[in-house]
Design a protein around this ligand. Structure first.
Ligand code: CA
Length: 234
């Protein structure tokens, strides 16, 4: 059961979603515009956001981008626009999933369930202190030994690169904003530029060789790790 924020200006639809999710045991907060949505995200710490694209004033894409500056919770976008280009844009600004209107409440519920399971797996992985190395294809990240290898060869990674790589590998699909990475990797007292993050990413990508392509740029937001972008080795 989760705390869910529903951002939708059509009151009847918002209420329908709310009552359905509450029946499933979730706690639901409603926001009807961008300002309310951002305030609710900061205050209520929702575990998932259902975000409509078409809203008065600030649209869903802008809200999504803004939320991603501070928050990691999954965002499910709703939209009446079905075009592939729009779908891509939604995912590019850091939404985790997308549902075209009209949708069935059963499907919405299924998507919500799957996103929440993914987060639960993420946090289980993040808090596990098994000490086991994290592996991805030929890459092995052994945190207890503070070393990484690629196809058996030692990778020369700085502490910060290790931390960045760990964060990405532990949260596949999650979009991390530059602000988030800056604070996480450099500390909140660092008066750095977003550019520092970009430079770090470029360096890490280069060191990872072919696997570097799995670190995807999320336009206007930051970066995410997409295992499925791994080039098939022939
Ligand atoms: Ca709407």
């Amino acid at each position: 059961m989760a705390q869910i924020l529903v951002v939708e200006d059509e009151v009847a639809l918002s209420d329908l979603i709310r009552s359905h999710l509450e029946k499933e045991g979730h706690r639901v907060e409603q926001a009807f515009d961008g300002g309310q949505a951002l305030a609710a995200a900061d205050r209520g710490r929702p575990e998932l956001v259902i975000l409509d694209w078409m809203l008065p004033g600030m649209d869903g894409i802008a809200i999504c981008r803004e939320m991603r500056r501070k928050h990691l919770m999954p965002i499910l976008m709703l939209t009446a626009r079905g075009a592939v280009a729009d779908r891509v844009t939604g995912l590019q600004v850091g939404a985790d999933d997308y549902l075209g209107k009209p949708f069935s409440i059963v499907e919405l519920s299924a998507r919500v369930g799957s996103l929440l399971r993914r987060v639960a797996l993420d946090s289980a992985a993040a808090t596990s202190d098994s000490g086991l190395p994290i592996t991805f294809g030929p890459l092995v990240l052994d945190l207890s030994a503070n070393r990484a290898t690629l196809a058996g060869s030692m990778l020369d990674l700085s502490r910060r690169e290790m931390d960045l790589l760990e964060l990405l590998l532990r949260h596949p699909g999650r979009t991390f904003s530059r602000e988030f990475l800056l604070e996480r990797l450099w500390g909140s007292d660092f008066e750095g530029l977003d550019r520092a993050v970009d430079t770090q990413i470029v360096r890490l990508r280069r060191k990872l060789g072919d696997l570097g392509a799995c670190i995807e740029t999320v336009w206007g937001v930051g970066y995410r790790f997409r295992p499925e972008l791994q080039q098939v080795q022939t």
